[in-house]
Design a protein around this ligand. Structure first.
Ligand code: 13P
Ligand code: SF4
Length: 386
């Protein structure tokens, strides 16, 4: 197994064959992929899609590459895609152009006869990997030991493994996405006195402080890599929000300086960011919201307006192309794609679709029945939020 050691001493598993089998995305991508240089890839994908007809439904997250997104029957943020997957009981094959946790959620929300396919099993999510089941159990044990677990409600961001969603379902909590985090937290505070928010500390903090009016002092960060989370029992007892120390490696790159810099360079620029960005970035921005919100805001903006956008680059580039009457730019000066979202490319898509045409279901994502049951409890609580 190929392992590099990072500055922090944590092992960094190289993606691809022989990657860490315990990590959220899985192990390898079996089969022989068509070469990326094949000029017939688009034609092949089109032909396979046509052959599969109504039996196939392709979902595409907004961060997918252009060449892939053109084949999606529906595009959306994680919330919309979860709803769309649940609303297609007739499709035998759901090909998920997104990342592993999204495909897992689709499998949980669809019936047994439906098969969910992730074209590249290495399309995981570094944020989801930041909360493992064992770590979350250890955290909960600590909350029990210090006598607060009974009134803590766990909320997990959609960007987490099915195991974590099931844990949350079993302990009276719910899933949330960036488009309904406020409603999920309001619901949670009706059920209990404190919230354990997994795994994105930024979404948790931004929602609690900017949308629910809590203070930064009401939030404490639990670090699963430190003994007892690196926080005292007193602090845990006092906090309204216990934030898991996880983050998105794409959105976490935007800094307050990026905002200052673009405001200096572009007069009257509107800064629009995703709530996975750090708190100091979000507080300096003009608008904050999920990918669906970002798209709608730019589409509805007046011609001639300027927009600096803090989210994944495939989406920002697409917004620039589809809104030529506005100035749409990336918030950072350096490029930043989500490397795992980008793993779904034409060779993988064509391979997955052609395999289905031959009757072979490749890269099927299946969640075991027990996990499915409890994760569905947590997902259904989210889908039922007012
Ligand atoms: P949304 O799709 O909920 O906006 O989340 C963004 C993201 O990072 C997905 O991985
Ligand atoms: Fe995960 Fe961030 Fe990529 Fe979304 S953008 S899949 S949260 S690493």
């Amino acid at each position: 197994m190929v392992v590099a050691i990072t500055e922090t001493g944590l092992p960094l598993f190289v993606l691809g064959r022989e990657a860490d089998p315990r990590s959220e995305p899985g192990v390898s991508c079996p089969g022989v992929l068509p070469p990326a240089s094949d000029p017939a890839l688009v034609e092949r994908a089109r032909a396979a899609k046509e052959r599969l007809g109504e039996r196939l439904f392709i979902l595409g997250h907004h961060y997918q590459r252009d060449e892939v997104i053109q084949f999606a029957d529906v595009t959306g943020d994680s919330f919309k895609l979860a709803r769309e997957a649940a609303a297609r009981p007739e499709a035998e094959y759901i090909v998920f152009c997104g990342v592993h946790f999204m495909a897992e959620s689709a499998d949980i929300l669809t019936s047994d006869f439906q098969k969910v396919v992730l074209p590249d099993l290495n399309a995981g999510c570094s944020m989801a990997d930041m909360a493992t089941f064992t770590q979350v159990e250890e955290c909960w044990d600590l909350l029990e030991d210090i006598g607060i677990a009974d009134h803590v409600v766990p909320i997990t961001y959609m960007n987490s493994s099915a195991d974590i969603k099931a844990f949350v379902g079993r302990h009276g909590g719910a899933v949330c996405t960036s488009s309904n985090a406020k409603r999920a937290l309001e619901w949670a505070f009706q059920q209990g006195e404190q919230v354990l928010f997994l795994p994105d500390q930024h979404l948790g903090r931004n929602t609690a402080v900017l949308q629910l009016g809590l203070s930064l002092d009401d939030c404490v960060v639990y670090d699963p890599r430190r003994p007892d989370g690196g926080v005292t029992p007193e602090r845990l007892r006092k906090a309204k929000m216990i934030l898991w120390k996880g983050h998105c490696s794409v959105h976490g790159r935007f800094t307050a300086e990026c905002v200052d810099d673009v405001r200096r360079r572009v007069p009257d620029v509107n800064v629009l960011v995703h709530p996975e960005c750090r708190h100091e970035v979000v507080t300096k921005a003009d608008y904050v919201g999920s990918t669906e919100y970002i798209i709608k805001t730019v589409q509805e903006a007046p011609p001639g307006s300027a927009w600096a956008i803090g989210t994944e680059l495939n989406l920002v580039n697409r917004l620039a192309q589809t809104n030529p009457d506005k100035r749409v730019m990336f918030l950072d000066r350096t490029v930043c794609y989500c490397s795992t979202m980008n793993r779904i490319d034409m060779p993988h898509l064509v391979w997955a679709l052609e395999s289905l045409v031959e009757g072979k279901v490749v890269n099927q994502i299946t969640v075991d029945p027990e996990t499915t049951h409890w994760a569905k409890v947590a997902l259904d609580r989210m889908l039922a939020l007012p």
